[in-house]
Design a protein around this ligand. Structure first.
Ligand SMILES: Cc1cc2nc3c(=O)[nH]c(=O)nc-3n(C[C@H](O)[C@H](O)[C@H](O)COP(=O)(O)OP(=O)(O)OC[C@H]3O[C@@H](n4cnc5c(N)ncnc54)[C@H](O)[C@@H]3O)c2cc1C
Length: 276
């Protein structure tokens, strides 16, 4: 049995998932699987991309494709492509964000990327401890440094609220942190135009108690736009292999079959492994 991975490490999106504050435990999972695979005698081939040419040289009875997903492309007319980055690029440290950041997409990935960037522009827990222990500033000044960010961050969301993708009861610490650090959000927002480093959008404010809505226009300046509008399954490898080897047993699972969560990917892998 062999596991092919095109990058030089196991874990896929878990590396990005583990990057936001408080989520580092996700990074333990790849190390666990690396040990479990070794114990089970599975050959792990890192830096090996699966293409049909590679498969034709194996004599595998079953091929399971778990190629994951890729971020959806955000097309904004008038935007300098240099100013656009994906949430994954930010979380993986592949790109840096400027001081003024607009995050398009207020689901869990957009909210956690906003939190990651806001914390990056604030003082770290180590700095907080050092400043407090050494009385570098007054307690009030240190508290104010810890509760603010040097970045100007706003989330632009098409739906009536941000954080809609969280399971009940799980999103509130992130949303509370965004509020604490002064991250703004614009909901039911429609981008109207972009010119130079300025975006014009229409957004709605709802007063649920009075059942009233007001629509406003905002002009927001930015250095970086972060795209967090979801992911699309990577279906190409599965389709290529099915076409190339119509008589082989080829299946797909995880995000490359249907965008989901770590739990749904692991669950679908267990279910499938019991059938193969
Ligand atoms: C920023 C972010 C935060 C997230 N937070 C959470 C969270 O808090 N909770 C949660 O449950 N889920 C979270 N998710 C979603 C979760 O990470 C995914 O649902 C899960 O990782 C999907 O697992 P997978 O194995 O299907 O795909 P992936 O994790 O994408 O793994 C696919 C692997 O296939 C490899 N690959 C691709 N093409 C080839 C090829 N041709 N040959 C060989 N290898 C190839 C890739 O390099 C990758 O390692 C988050 C995702 C992101 C991006």
């Amino acid at each position: 049995m062999a596991l092919w991975e095109k990058t030089d490490s196991l874990g896929g999106q878990l590396t990005a998932a583990a990057a936001p504050p408080g989520k580092h435990e996700f990074s333990f999972l790849p190390a666990y699987y690396a040990a479990a695979l070794k114990q089970a005698g599975v050959e792990v081939l890192l830096g090996q991309s699966v293409e049909k040419e590679a498969i034709s040289s194996t004599n595998a009875d079953s091929i399971i494709v778990a190629c994951g997903s890729h971020p959806k492309a955000l097309n904004l007319e008038g935007l300098d492509p240099q100013a656009l980055v994906s949430a994954q690029d930010i979380l993986l440290g592949r790109r840096m964000a400027g001081r003024r950041v607009l995050i398009v997409g207020g689901g869990s990935v957009g909210c956690e990327t906003a939190q990651f960037l806001a914390r990056e522009g604030s003082i770290s827990p180590d700095q907080f401890y050092y400043y407090s222990a050494q009385k570098v500033e007054s307690p009030e000044k240190i508290a104010s440094m810890a509760n603010s960010t040097r970045r100007d961050i706003a989330i632009i969301e098409a739906l009536p609220r941000i954080g809609g993708g969280y399971a009940p009861g799980t999103g509130w610490p992130v949303l509370a942190d965004l509020k604490r650090l002064g991250v703004r959000s614009y909901t039911e927002a429609k981008i109207q135009s972009i010119s130079d480093n300025r975006i014009r959008l229409e957004y709605t404010v709802r007063d649920r108690r009075l059942d009233q809505t007001e629509t406003y226009l905002a002009d927001l300046e930015f250095d970086t736009i972060v795209s967090a509008i979801g992911s699309d399954p990577c279906t190409q490898v599965f389709q290529q292999l099915q076409q190339a080897f119509p008589t082989k047993d080829i299946r797909s699972l995880g995000d490359c079959q249907q965008i989901g969560t770590v739990l749904s990917a692991v669950q679908s892998a267990c279910d499938l492994a019991l059938k193969v």
